[in-house]
Design a protein around this ligand. Structure first.
Ligand SMILES: [Zn+2]
Length: 457
């Protein structure tokens, strides 16, 4: 396999299994590669919740936006936390990510880069968020006059995707020390150590990082002079919690997450390298099972997943993986059972698992299963609309039941959340011709027709 075909294969596998919401924007330069995953989103939410609450930002739920990028980056805007898969894979402990989130919460509470952040926060869909960032980067309009974006991009205009890889928000040195101090307060209030935050920043501040071939986006947006790190160290070490470790259960979930990201983005060798010290650990076995699922025979993958389930029968994500393996093996009935079990065990009530359940029901093909698929997928989308993939499945299911108006509306929603507003309006108008005037579905179609596309006044 050549490097290029291999890369294509890996990307394809990632799209398939992590349900890549390939938010298809008008142009490639506005694309932020987002991935959805129930396990990782729930874990990052659990990392963020205590520190956000300590920062007085925890009133509403937060959406975790996983950016599929190997570089280290994380930022908070409104009720969205953007974090690169690369950051999650780099961090050896939960505390390293929690520390970075505490620091980001500090920027948020301190009102740094407020204008850009507020615009991102107001945006109703991820498609709009990306468009905002794309516009800000390419035309140098209102968003750049605070100097932040321009500085974060080294003073040159950047395409959206490049911007996403680099620092999205550029901070000043005074803002950095203020965010550091606030982060220490939040960590103190939640009884956690600042060691992880310090470790991450020390890595960025070291001479090694500066001469390395890759400069992480986080480093570009957060200036890391040695003096700042030295101050942070002195303060962090004063805390009675400095030597406190993450709970073992949280560390295990962290290891499982790293295994999953490594398997999806880097393959078997990289996954094995992560667990070199503990090749029989649960994380190593999970990574091996996922790698086999993505690249090996379903029968072998199933045996490995069942071994995991024997070790942790109540792990929702092991059952979810079992469903994924069975879907790939073209066994929708048993897959639906596995997803149903995963759904029951999933404390975070993720829409992603529920939509997978609906997908398996739809694949089963009979009318009863198709009706149940519509019910499950609709429920999931009511909680979490940001899922073009779910709308696509809903459209297929409604079409199969002969509900053409509802199918057209689902297509309209899919295009709307993907940012294709012209297409969305066309499907919404078609839906209205089939739907009862004034019904909830008809009204929703009208909302889509009336929606103002971002960037137009
Ligand atoms: Zn910072």
């Amino acid at each position: 396999m050549t490097g290029r075909t291999r890369a294509t294969f890996l990307v394809a596998a990632f799209l398939l299994v992590l349900q890549f919401v390939a938010v298809p924007f008008a142009s490639a330069q506005q694309r932020i590669p987002i991935v959805r995953d129930a396990e990782i989103e729930a874990l990052v939410r659990d990392y963020a919740r205590p520190v956000l609450r300590a920062a007085g930002l925890g009133k509403t739920g937060v959406d975790i936006v996983l950016v599929n990028d190997a570089g280290f980056n994380a930022f908070v805007a409104g009720r969205r936390i953007f974090i690169n898969t690369g950051a999650l894979m780099t961090a050896e402990t939960p505390n390293e990510i929690i520390g970075v989130l505490a620091h980001e919460a500090g920027h948020l509470a301190g009102g740094h880069q407020e204008r850009l952040r507020a615009q991102i926060a107001r945006a109703r869909t991820m498609a709009v968020v990306s468009t905002l960032l794309g516009i800000g980067a390419s035309v140098g309009g209102a968003l750049t006059d605070n100097g932040g974006l321009a500085r974060s991009g080294g003073g040159i205009a950047l395409a959206g995707a490049e911007l996403a890889r680099r620092g999205l928000l550029g901070y000043q040195r005074t803002e950095e020390s203020s965010a550091d101090r606030l982060a220490l307060t939040y960590l103190e209030r939640t009884g956690q150590s600042a060691r992880g935050m310090l470790k991450t920043f020390e890595r960025f501040a070291s001479a090694l990082a500066l001469t390395g071939s890759r400069v992480d986006p986080y480093q570009i947006s957060h200036p890391m002079p040695r003096e700042r790190i030295a101050n942070l160290k002195t303060l962090a070490e004063k805390s009675p919690h400095f030597n406190k470790q993450d709970p073992a259960s949280l560390q295990l979930r962290h290891d499982l997450m790293r295994a999953k990201i490594a398997a999806h983005t880097s393959g078997p060798a990289a996954t094995a390298r992560l667990f070199r010290a503990n090749p029989r650990s649960l994380g190593a076995l999970y990574g091996d099972a996922i790698n086999t699922h993505l690249r090996g025979r379903p029968r072998d993958a199933l045996a490995k997943v069942d071994a995991l389930i024997a070790k942790q029968p109540n792990n929702a994500y092991f059952h979810e993986l079992r469903g994924d393996v069975l879907i790939r093996a073209n066994q929708p009935g048993p897959a639906a059972k596995a997803y149903a079990r995963a759904r029951k065990l999933d404390g975070s009530k993720s829409s992603i698992i529920q939509i997978s359940y609906g997908r398996a029901l739809l694949a089963a093909g009979d009318e009863k299963s198709t009706r149940e698929a519509v019910r499950q997928i609709s429920q999931a989308l009511d909680r979490d609309r940001e899922n073009p993939d779910g709308y696509m499945l809903l459209g297929q299911a409604q079409g199969r039941l002969g509900n053409i108006g509802e199918a057209e509306l689902a297509s309209a929603e899919m295009h709307y959340y993907a940012g294709s507003y012209d297409q969305a309006r066309i499907f919404a108008a078609r839906a209205q011709q089939k739907l009862k005037r004034g019904s909830p579905a008809w009204v929703r179609a009208q909302d889509i027709i009336n929606a103002k596309p971002p960037g137009r006044k």
